[in-house]
Design a binder for this molecule. Structure first.
Ligand SMILES: NC(=O)c1ccc[n+]([C@@H]2O[C@H](COP(=O)([O-])OP(=O)(O)OC[C@H]3O[C@@H](n4cnc5c(N)ncnc54)[C@H](O)[C@@H]3O)[C@@H](O)[C@H]2O)c1
Length: 331
């Protein structure tokens, strides 16, 4: 991510705005920061693991702030001292397995962290706020694809933490009039993700290292994979809209590519694109996850004019190229 040029665009609505991104060292935060800098915004990136093994390389120009989202006074100081116009709240413990092993840590990070961010925004005049929920917040809601009006019925710790985050954002919009809207994205992928336990980075790295990729499940789990740069565009379209259109506050928006892909097919596509002869190793472990998750992005299309630009092919190609360059011997 750091090796990609960022050119300023003074005609953009983001030009001159100061934006605080929580979780800026993560996958989505890194790409949003890059787009914002390219649009002429100033970016403050708050994260508690800038030097951690999974932190992305931030684009040049991000002001890195080491800190925890549960530190409300720190957030208040940042919002007031730096005249922050927009808050994009992404910071979260995002891995499903660790959430099952240590639910309290995940609840504390994701739920307490979210009310801390929202509470700090309530006390300051932030003009636009986006909070990241997830398609996982729907849990096992009946019917596919998920639509925003469906009830949130999570059963597992990560999913519950995102559903509560989602409801907290709605509460702050309806009770306190905060200009906050919510994203519910499908599974994100793209260069810069160093969470090797996720299927796409894990598969690409295995192949580049000369190992067969491993699928923990039986390979039949269906997901909707969204290229991270399309997700970043969606978050920014929503953030821009919520400042000017009060009717959007408190509203959740699904973002997805609309592709129904079993994990085994995804892995095979990556192998084909990489020209690899490996057969995936399918462990068939029972996972506490929903079998089939897909969301409809019709609302984002209708109200925001958002469209995914990448196909699975083009998104995976760009992603593979990023890891080839990142993992190149000597890089
Ligand atoms: N990646 C996906 O497939 C996906 C899908 C749907 C929704 N989401 C949501 O989108 C958001 C961004 O996802 P991502 O993939 O970029 O996540 P990520 O794991 O790559 O990044 C999250 C960042 O938050 C930071 N963080 C965690 N707890 C913190 C705390 N208490 N204080 C400060 N920083 C903290 C981490 O250090 C990390 O850099 C998350 O809220 C996630 O739940 C992600």
């Amino acid at each position: 991510m750091g090796d990609m040029a960022v050119g300023a665009n003074s005609g953009s609505p983001w030009s001159g705005r100061t934006v605080l991104i929580t979780g800026a060292a993560g996958l989505l935060g890194g790409w949003i920061a890059r787009d914002l800098l390219g649009s002429g915004a100033s970016v403050l990136g708050l994260d508690n693991a800038w030097d951690g093994p999974r932190a992305t390389i931030p684009p040049q120009g991000v002001e890195r702030i080491d800190g925890d989202i549960r530190n409300t006074p720190l957030l208040r100081d940042l919002l007031s001292g730096r005249h922050v116009d927009t808050v994009i709240h992404l910071a979260a413990q995002t891995l499903v397995g660790p959430a099952i092993e240590d639910p309290v840590d995940t609840f504390s990070n994701n739920i307490e962290g979210s009310w801390s961010v929202l509470e700090a925004c309530r006390s300051m005049s932030v003009r636009r706020i986006v909070v990241a929920s997830s398609d996982k917040a729907y849990g096992d809601a009946s019917g596919r694809p998920y639509r925003e009006e469906m009830p949130l019925r999570p059963h597992h710790p990560y999913d519950t933490s995102k559903a509560v985050t989602d409801l907290l954002a709605q509460t702050y919009a309806y009770t306190y009039g905060l200009p906050v809207a919510i994203t519910r994205c499908g599974n994100l992928y793209g260069g810069g993700d160093l969470n090797w336990s996720r299927i796409i980075p894990g598969t690409i790295r295995s192949v580049l290292q000369g190992d067969a990729p491993v699928i923990r499940s039986d390979g039949t789990f269906v997901r909707d994979y969204l290229y991270v740069r399309d997700a970043a565009a969606g978050v920014l379209a929503l953030a821009d809209a919520v400042g000017d259109r009060p009717e959007i506050a408190g509203t959740a928006f699904n973002f997805a590519a609309g592709v129904r892909l079993p994990v085994i097919d995804l892995v095979r596509r990556i192998l084909t694109l990489m020209g690899s002869q490996f057969e995936p190793v399918v462990l068939g472990q029972p996972l506490k996850e929903i079998q089939d998750q897909r969301v409809s992005a019709a609302r984002a299309r209708r109200l925001l004019g958002w469209r995914p630009r990448a196909t699975v092919e083009s998104g995976l190609r760009e992603t593979i190229d990023w890891y080839r360059s990142y993992l190149k011997p000597g890089a």
